[in-house]
Design a protein around this ligand. Structure first.
Ligand code: 13P
Length: 284
């Protein structure tokens, strides 16, 4: 297959009441871990990269790695830009074949959020690229975007309707009480708000900050309209821990082809769990 946008995937998820997991990847090994499990479980899959990841791994390198991953897969694979804030960065990726992007202008006023998102939509839709945008502000840190508890903001359902209508986005990231990164205590999710948002807008809804959210809570969100579930932190930690463990047992090791194997395996375990949680297995 070739890399696809997230349009068909998310509409199918919306129609059939499951979600497509979006895993943040950083390099060849993390791409392989996600892709191998997605193929094994026949799950459509989204691999996401923040601006920090693009800077670290290289825009063309990542695009090409993902194209090879899709070509060797029997499932729909989408490479998605996560939390991008700059039109020019997004344009650069679209120009080399990226099919799915998020413009995060949520730190701006409602009016400016609409303006900045619309600029991306107008460009992206010319190339059949799907656009996700965020209304509300999630607490925590993702890359260089830091939102304190005080400045966090839940999504207003009525404004969500206007936002989707005016921007013509393909999917909407909502703030309903999840956070980026780890939680100090179990998050309190605002299911009523999610229901209200889902009643106001037709586009598939996206849950950011799913790491550490109990499985049953994520499943409930999926029943209430979430079609894409973003997971980053919960993959990074076991990957790093497995490397630390490896070096405890092999303090003189230096071969990445050896110490990255347990890291990949640890990550694959979580990918499996999350695909089951999303109900996306056998949907690819
Ligand atoms: P977590 O790191 O909390 O899983 O958040 C991931 C995310 O929302 C990426 O956009």
């Amino acid at each position: 297959m070739y890399l696809v946008s997230t349009r068909q995937m998310l509409l199918d998820a919306q129609k059939h009441g499951y979600a497509v997991p979006a895993f943040n990847i950083h390099n060849l090994e993390t791409v392989q871990a996600v892709i191998e499990v997605a193929n094994e479980m026949k799950s459509p899959i989204i691999l996401a990269a923040t601006p920090g990841t693009i800077k670290y791994a290289g825009r063309e390198y990542l695009q090409d790695i993902l194209e090879v991953a899709a070509k060797n897969s029997k499932i729909p694979v989408s490479f998605h830009l996560d939390h991008h804030e700059e039109f020019d960065d997004i344009k650069r990726s679209i120009d080399i074949g990226c099919k799915s992007v998020m413009i995060d202008a949520s730190k701006h006023s409602f009016k400016d959020n609409i303006r900045l998102v619309k600029q991306v939509v107008d460009y992206a839709h010319r190339f059949d690229v799907t656009v996700e945008a965020e209304l509300g502000k999630l607490v925590g840190q993702e890359d260089n975007i830091v939102v304190s508890e005080k400045s966090s903001e839940l999504t207003d359902p009525k404004l969500a309707r206007e936002f989707v209508y005016k921007t013509e986005i393909d999917s909407l990231a909502v703030a309903i009480g999840t956070a980026h990164g780890l939680y100090k205590s179990e998050p309190k999710l605002d299911y009523e708000r999610l229901t209200a948002i889902n009643n106001e807008v037709n586009v598939p809804l996206v849950l950011h900050g799913a790491s550490g959210v109990p499985t049953e809570s994520v499943k409930k969100c999926i029943r209430l309209g979430i079609c894409k579930v973003n997971i980053a932190t919960e993959l990074k930690i076991p990957f790093a821990n497995a490397i630390k463990e490896y070096f405890k047992d092999h303090p003189d090791a230096s071969d990445p082809r050896k110490y990255l194997i347990p890291a990949k395996e640890a990550m694959k375990e979580i990918v499996r769990e999350k695909i089951i949680m999303c109900g996306s297995n056998d949907r690819g």
